[in-house]
Write a new protein. Structure first.
Length: 181
C-alpha cells in the first residue's frame, strides 16, 4: 500500500475512533511534565494538569485533568518519600527525556519514522496513572544505580527539535489565572 493511501486510511480510522488512544509513553511524559510544571510555577496542579489533559485530548481520546493530576501527585509523593529535595525537577526532567527519546534503556525511540508519526494514536488503551508511577519509580531507581540515560545539561522538552504533539502542548504558557478556570 502506498504511503499516501496508508496515511489516509489511518486518518479515516482515527476519525471513526478505531485508533484514538494516547500511547503510554506520551501519557507518562504529560504526567511528569505536569508534576514538573507544578514544582516550577505558582499554578495549582489541577490547572497544570488541565493544560496537558486538554492538549492530549486534541489528538487522542478524551483525557481528564484528574487522569493527569492524580498520577502527577503520586510522582510528587514518591519524590518526597525518597527525599529527592532539590533533585526532584532533575528526576522528572530526566524521566521526560528518557520516555521521549527511548523505548527501553538501550533502545532509542524512532522519532521520525518512515511512515506515520512517532506519537500516533494506538488502538488499545495502554496507559493509566499506576503504570506511569511504576515507570517513574523504575527510572529513578535505575538512575540512582547509573543504568538509566540522563538528560543532557539544559535539555527541556519545550526546546526539543523533534516536535511531537506533547512538545507543542508543553510549550503552552500558563498563568495564575488558569487556576480559576
Amino acid at each position: 500500500m502506498s504511503a499516501i493511501i496508508w496515511k489516509c486510511f489511518n486518518q479515516a480510522e482515527m476519525r471513526i475512533g478505531l485508533m484514538s488512544f494516547c500511547p503510554d509513553w506520551v501519557f507518562d511524559i504529560a504526567v511528569a511534565k505536569a508534576a514538573m510544571d507544578f514544582l516550577s510555577t505558582e499554578v495549582p496542579i489541577y490547572a497544570v494538569s488541565n493544560k496537558y489533559a486538554e492538549g492530549l485530548s486534541e489528538k487522542y481520546s478524551s483525557i481528564t485533568k484528574e487522569q493527569i493530576s492524580e498520577p502527577a501527585e503520586s510522582l510528587l509523593h514518591f519524590l518526597a518519600e525518597v527525599n529527592a529535595g532539590d533533585e526532584a525537577v532533575t528526576f522528572l526532567n530526566g524521566f521526560v527525556y528518557f520516555r521521549y527519546n527511548y523505548e527501553a534503556t538501550n533502545k532509542p525511540r524512532k522519532l521520525k519514522p518512515m511512515f506515520g508519526e512517532a506519537d500516533e494514536a494506538v488502538k488499545v488503551k495502554g496507559f493509566d496513572g499506576e503504570l506511569a508511577l511504576k515507570h517513574f519509580k523504575a527510572y529513578v531507581f535505575a538512575l540512582r544505580s547509573s543504568s538509566a540515560p540522563v538528560a543532557p545539561g539544559g535539555w527541556r522538552l519545550e526546546i526539543e527539535e523533534n516536535t511531537l504533539h506533547i512538545a507543542d502542548v508543553s510549550r503552552r504558557q500558563l498563568s495564575i489565572l488558569d487556576a480559576f478556570n
